[in-house]
Design a protein around this ligand. Structure first.
Ligand code: KG4
Ligand code: ZN
Length: 333
């Protein structure tokens, strides 16, 4: 089964060709990061326009690299949400047009499902069930994955997503966008214990997260240092902030695996690229005798291959859509 996967929910236009949900034949990504960099975040209207420009060239390149023609495609999938509505509509319209012209099934895929499926591309032996932590720029989900197309959402952020906190803290220090990879790199040279930033546990909502208080604490510390005329110890701030995020993510993920009796933990989403998070989870999983998986770096952030994989598994489960799929639901997930 040859699946075409299309991703356009945020600032990456990506089209991929994947065989049987696991084997990536091509995965072309046109990133808009440079365009949004000067604004310190994604500007939705610019993102939509850039997707329109990029879609056809990215599609052509994906087919060429996979060495297939349009007629070889069996199923077509695109991200249907969550994401920026104008951006999503570009990929969805492209997918629906292809489905109509080629008379092949169309599936609208949940972006978070896609992030989970990124792991199937990197790990042929991985199968559900498992505990999942999806940490991206827009979402922080703690989930119990029961099969290839179903997960139970157990915990989520009540304010900022983990990646959003990385991006906002980086912006406050003026060190660049997106903040995650920059903070990750600078943290390696800093002391994670240099500053005492809060860990927000939300005792009653055992598996929910909150990162806006931490972000504010970091910004307050930066202001205090600034007022005192002390130069910002950027590497120490990065390391201390990053460790505060990691402690909460790791502790809650381990607790959910224990509660559900799962022997496997799977990380995904842009923040799963974080080297500190990976190391911390490696250490904790080793100690508890759990298996740990995370995607190869190229599949952590948004890409079409993960959407193609999710499309394939949805098709296998009989979940396909009509071309009249209600876009009205896009923003409500
Ligand atoms: O999954 P993704 O590409 O897009 C969304 O669906 O949001 O995630 C992007 C997020 C950004 O907030 C970025 O700062 C963060 O992932 N990120 C990282 C790292 N690489 C990307 N955060 C921490 N450490 C990293 N190495
Ligand atoms: Zn994403």
């Amino acid at each position: 089964m040859i699946t075409l996967g299309i991703e356009s929910s945020c600032d990456e236009t990506s089209v991929a060709v994947v065989r049987n949900g696991r084997e990536v034949l091509s995965n072309i990504i046109a990133t808009q990061i440079e365009v949004h960099q000067k604004f310190g975040g994604v500007v939705p209207e610019i993102a939509s326009r850039k997707h329109v420009e990029a879609f056809n060239p990215v599609l052509d390149q994906a087919l060429e690299e996979a060495n297939i023609s349009l007629e070889d495609i069996d199923i077509i999938g695109a991200t249907r949400g969550p994401g920026l509505i104008g951006a999503l509509l570009v990929g969805l319209s492209g997918a629906k047009a292809l489905s109509f012209a080629l008379k092949k099934p169309f599936i609208g895929v949940n972006h978070m499902d896609g992030h989970v499926c990124a792991n199937y591309l990197s790990h042929p032996e991985l199968e559900p069930p498992f505990t999942g932590l999806i940490v991206s720029g827009g979402h922080t989900y703690l989930i119990d994955v029961t099969d290839y197309t179903t997960f139970e959402l157990i915990g989520r952020t009540i304010d900022d997503a983990a990646g959003e906190a990385f991006d906002k803290v980086a912006r406050a220090m003026g060190i660049g966008y997106p903040g995650g990879p920059i903070i990750d790199k600078l943290s390696k040279k800093g002391n994670p214990k240099a500053m005492e930033f809060p860990r927000i546990w939300l005792k009653k909502e055992e598996f929910d997260f909150s990162f806006s208080g931490l972000k504010t604490a970091v910004i307050n510390e930066l202001n205090t240092l600034h007022q005192k005329g002390i130069s910002i110890p950027v590497e120490d701030v990065c390391a201390s902030f990053q460790q505060a995020v990691i402690d909460v993510l790791a502790t809650k993920t381990m607790a959910l695996a224990k509660k559900k009796g799962r022997d496997t933990i799977v990380l995904s989403g842009g923040v799963s690229a974080n080297s500190g998070l990976r190391e911390e989870m490696e250490t904790r999983c080793k100690k508890e005798g759990l298996k740990l998986y995370y995607p190869e770096l190229k599949y952590c952030t948004d890409n079409g291959a993960m959407i193609a994989s999710a499309t394939y598994y949805n098709y296998q489960s009989g979940n396909y859509d009509t071309l009249g799929m209600a876009e009205a639901n896009l923003g409500l997930e």
